[in-house]
Design a protein around this ligand. Sequence first.
Ligand code: HEC
Length: 105
Amino acid sequence: MPRLLLLFTALSLAPAIAGCENGKPQASAQTIAQYEQHCAACHEVGAANAPRRGDAHQWGKRLRKGEEHLVQSIKKGLVAMPPKGGCTTCTDDDYRALIQYMAQE
Ligand code: HEC
């Protein structure tokens, strides 16, 4: 049942990841909750040029900098993004999972 709920949430948020049953890694419920609470306001809509979740082209450019570089960007803040992306309790591993989640088509 929780799995169905998760799928429903994912589907209602982004038709783009409707194919999440196709073997791609799925984000954990914790990652999705952190994303929705701290990152979605900007990254769901692309506010202030934030790379949008599920936009492979935009995330491809970011990922070429290397995952560790992106983690550092989040921790320091970047242009309109506040330090830590606004998530004071997130760990580096949380950020890695959040990056994977957002970069996933
Ligand atoms: C207030 C809006 C805002 C919030 C909240 C926010 N971001 Fe961002 N984020 C941005 C913007 C804007 C950029 C693009 C900055 C630029 O390169 O111009 C960005 C860029 C990024 C990048 C790419 C960094 C790089 O070096 O290219 C990552 C990764 C990222 N955000 C992750 C997160 C995560 C994870 C969260 C939540 C914990 C988060 N962001 C919360 C606005 C936000």
